[in-house]
Design a binder for this molecule. Structure first.
Ligand code: FAD
Ligand code: NAD
Length: 484
């Protein structure tokens, strides 16, 4: 048989080697399922490792160092203006992703999971064809089950397609080919604010244009406010309720026209980063030849066990819906593998944490106040300002707060929101608390190390308990008053 024309028979094929796909394959192998991965790019790790979470966080670390050095002046330590060696920064970032990719490939190898490089296209519910295959890979795979983990790609500005090296998506922005003098970021969401933070720290004059009336739509406003205040100092301007209505290449840059109530006149930018969301990779892969159902937004429809409408195909990660986050993809990947092994597994997590890695960071999990209001759920909320935290003061952290959202009847912790440096590290305790069904008292009675920022979670719960006790005391006084 000629290599490249052979068909391989497998129990499980995982399509996509991102944070949804490779953990699914590793868990399946652990549980004794013979499986292979098919990956379209010549590298493992998916968007997260190669053009998402990891490279962006490496660059945000560089931005943080620059910010901290500037801030140190406030307590008497001055550094000279940083010299930025872009080539070195880029190669450090690439060494970080390279090491992690090697680690993933190594784990797959030792688990006996073979990776075939090629693009999978379904021929029916039992077979995939591999396009652009690397040498040694089969051209067709016959499978008993498939886990689809093909991820997502950036959305473009509708009607404003322009071929220009000045027009970037997140992947182009992460390449940091240069530091543009003037950068326009379209979209005030996760990517816009994280990448805007990086470029502002490196020296770009950053303008953000956001079509809604605030940055990070959907996130509780009290959490966004400290970030908003910080970004107003770091960015040239933030244009809200505004959209881009025209893009034109000129000699000096990209001329951008805006629309909206307070939209400014046209402006010229050296680079424009479009970060207006992502769309699932569910098209062009032959899913119409299977029983898989796709919703109006292109997401593959799945149940709690990550099963699609086609009994042989499961789906995990970005291709299967919101929130498009790496840790959701990973948990789903593990669930899908366990379901195929016959274990009673389900993606029934109560809390999926979200972290925006800006300065300050914003992190939340469980029920937010915004969601509670929208769904008419009665909740209590209490905050602990970081101005009262010993650790925050020793770290010279200007703004930050920790908020607990709870059920006033049962005192169950329903949600936690944190804004401040390292909020992303602190939120894990809150996720565990919600998953374990913790009450306010559980958080209050848990000893937290002093002085640490983790104490602010306990302090917010203490403030919540105090509020409930005051309300209870007031009610008893009122009832006693009625009786006399
Ligand atoms: P992906 O990571 O997209 O992987 C899918 C894989 O499938 C890819 O390798 C692709 O090449 C492959 N593939 C696609 N089609 C085929 C095919 N037909 N055949 C074979 N292979 C195929 N999330 C976080 O949780 N934290 C963060 O800090 C964070 N930062 C981000 C920063 C940026 C700039 C971006 C863009 C995203 C970020 N995300 C972050 C989101 C995160 O990257 C995604 O949620 C995550 O990568 C989704 O994992 P996945 O496995 O579903 O898909
Ligand atoms: P996003 O959904 O987070 O933000 C897009 C923003 O663009 C929104 O605020 C939206 O109102 C705005 N917008 C949409 N169309 C617009 C237009 N025409 N003009 C102006 N504004 C417009 O999307 P993103 O920032 O592209 O990120 C995509 C996804 O990737 C995120 O939703 C998230 O799931 C994931 N991500 C996560 C992280 C993290 O976990 N830290 C980081 C980056 C990306």
């Amino acid at each position: 048989m000629v290599i490249g024309e052979m068909t391989q028979d497998v129990d499980l094929v995982v399509i996509g080697a991102g944070p949804g796909g490779y953990p699914a394959a590793l868990r399946a192998a652990e549980l004794g399922i013979k499986c292979v991965i098919v990956e379209a790019k010549k590298k493992v790790g998916g968007v997260c490792l190669n053009e998402g979470c990891i490279p962006s966080k490496a660059l945000l670390h560089a931005a943080e160092v620059i910010g901290e050095a500037e801030h140190a002046e406030s307590f008497g330590i001055s550094f000279s203006k940083p010299k930025i060696d872009l080539d070195k920064l880029r190669s450090w970032k690439e060494s970080v992703t390279g090491k992690l990719a090697q680690g993933i490939a190594g784990m797959c190898k030792s688990a006996g999971v073979e990776i075939f490089y090629g693009r999978a296209v379904f021929e029916d519910s039992r077979n995939i064809r591999l396009e652009d295959v690397a040498e040694g890979a089969p051209s067709r795979i016959k499978f008993k089950h498939a886990i689809l983990a093909t991820g997502s790609r950036p959305l473009t500005l509708r009607g404003l397609d322009l071929e220009s090296p000045r027009l970037l998506d997140s992947t182009g922005a992460l390449d940091i080919k240069d530091i543009p003098g003037k950068l326009l970021v379209v979209g005030g969401g996760y990517i816009g604010l994280e990448m805007g933070t990086v470029y502002a720290a490196l020296g770009s004059e950053v303008t953000v244009v956001e079509m809604t009336d605030g940055l990070l739509p959907g996130v509780d406003r009290d959490l966004v406010r400290p970030l908003d205040n910080h970004l107003k100092q770091k960015f040239k301007s933030i244009l809200l309720n505004t959209k881009v209505s025209g893009l034109k290449e000129t000699k000096g840059g990209l001329e951008v026209a805006f629309e909206g109530q307070d939209a400014p006149g046209s402006m010229v930018f050296d680079k424009v980063l479009v970060a207006v969301g992502r769309r699932p990779n569910s098209d062009g892969i032959g899913l119409e030849k299977t029983g898989v159902e796709i919703d109006k937004q292109g997401f593959v429809v799945i149940d709690e066990q990550c099963r699609t409408q086609d009994k042989r195909i499961l789906a995990v990660g970005d291709v299967s819906g919101q929130p498009m986050l790496a840790h959701r993809a990973t948990r789903q990947g593990v669930v899908a593998a366990e379901v195929l092994a016959g274990l009673p597994s389900a993606f029934d997590n109560r809390a999926i944490p979200a972290v925006v890695f800006t300065e300050p960071e914003i992190a939340w999990c469980g029920l937010t106040e915004t969601e509670a209001r929208a769904k008419n759920i009665t909740v209590g909320a209490a905050k602990f300002p970081w101005s009262a935290s010993g650790r925050a003061q020793t770290l010279s952290l200007a703004a930050g707060q920790t908020k607990v959202v709870f059920d006033p009847e049962s005192t169950l912790v329903l949600g936690v929101g944190i804004v401040g440096p390292r909020a992303g590290e602190l939120i894990a305790e809150a996720v565990l608390a919600i998953e374990m069904g913790a009450t306010l008292e559980d958080l209050v009675a848990t000893i937290h190390p002093h002085p640490t920022l983790s104490e602010t979670v306990m302090e917010a719960a203490t403030a919540a308990r105090a509020r409930l006790e005051r309300q209870k005391a007031q009610k008893s006084r009122e009832e006693a008053g009625t009786r006399t």
